[in-house]
Write a protein that binds this ligand. Sequence first.
Ligand code: NAD
Length: 522
Amino acid sequence: MESQPTMLPPFETCTYTDFSDPDHAAAFEQALAKMRAQLGRTYPLVIAGEEIALETTFASINPSNLDEVIGHFADGTVEHGEAALQAAWDAFPDWAGRTPEDRAGVLMRAAALMRAERHLFSAAMVLEVGKTWPEADADTAEAIDFLEFYAREGVRWAKPQETTEYPGETNVVRYVPLGAGVAIPPWNFPVAIAAGMATAPIAAGNTMVLKPAEQSPLTSWLVFDLLRRAGLPKGVLNFVTCSDGAVVGGHLVQHPRTRFISFTGSKAVGCWIFEEAGKVRPGQIWLKRVVAEMGGKDAVLVDRDANLEAAADGIVRGAFGFQGQKCSAGSRALIHADVYDEIVPLIVAKARAVTVGSPEVNGQGMGPVIEQEALDRVLRYIDYGKEEGTLLVGGEAAPGNGHFVQATVFGDCAPDSRVASEEIFGPILALVKVADYAAGVSVFNGTEYGLTGAYFGIENIERAKRELFCGNLYINRKCTGALVDVQPFGGFNMSGTDAKAGGREHLLQFLQGKSICERLLI
Ligand code: NAD
């Protein structure tokens, strides 16, 4: 295939692990035990390859067991952010000057190591952020895919790009890296997004500061350490944790020597970063590039001729996978009035069957939400939902020494009710009855976001493809679970810059085109 580097076989996505197989289940139990044995350690910052232990640390806590400390992490400061950015600039000339194949080799080695240790990464996510086994496994699989895919993409984009021929000249466009930037990932895909955000710019020849989310520093550490073990040279990626992301993250966003910012997280922080990055500060000699991938209020539209069993299944899985804590979660179901009464009992039965408890148990439906603040927010929206709609399922916190809350469904919600229009980022599904397909489209699009969405039905498939406004649209399947280079991922409007992570234009965000014209001496 022309788009693939010749030295590497064509990219293929990882398959998921089948945990109903006793051998796989036993291997995962072992990984959990091995990871648990490593809990409670203290982790340094790493700047220019030097580990820096700090007196001041913050703890990462298991959201399923609030007495369990996952690890203690250095509470980095603005000065550490400065040093890390300087280290990234120091490492830049050498890294940018290496062959793209050399850079790809590091990513490929990291992918191979992660494949070999796959369940350990997943086990860390079970413990640190409360992912169930299959959710954690899919996260690790996506990380491996990012490493493999961006390795190939780095080589592809480094090739001279064709231009139109012109007499007496040779003309070519070469893409060159930008410089030193910062990656600011969220906690909810702590392996996949951290790995993807750190390595896309690196594959393109840039250097980075990785500022992990404060809720998932262990998993970010594992990603950083993996790249280090894979042979990433000192200073190409610098690891700076801090207890308040705004301290180091905010400083680097505003820093005149930050060349680019790759952010994934909430709309509020993304908008702040976009605005601050737009200000040119003394000494700054470029306009910063900003990738800002933000939230969603994703909807599933069910038409009157939909397969209702499949639609109910897609709705429930899309709403409650990882406790609804996915930017792609389908938290609104917009249902044609003709089939509303028929599908609601199916949705209710499936949502009731979603168990909640320790994600360490194989087959658990949902684990905890990430932190107390998240639990408080979900319970607040449950109160709103009780005023705004009809409580059909759940509606309460669930027992356990963690942030557990039931899968919750509200029926008869108005399109503009808070539960049906605001991003909650928890296990709450709002059902909205719509008069017909056209009314469904208008509710679907009546949001400031535009990340993912799904259409279940037959008659209006082609219209839905044209009319539903979002970055990732799925027809007759759930709206979560995008695969690298199969469904490149990114949203419209307030869902962000649509940088299409895991897509073939993604590396362009971290490259600049140099057009070279050579007059032939004849
Ligand atoms: P968040 O915005 O609170 O935090 C994201 C990151 O920003 C963290 O690393 C945090 O430390 C850092 N941060 C916070 N304040 C900062 C500041 N002032 N300057 C610089 N950095 C700062 O988001 P979150 O709670 O970690 O993640 C959940 C959100 O992420 C949801 O809205 C979800 O929809 C969104 N998300 C989007 C995508 C996507 O691809 N569009 C993917 C995953 C999550």
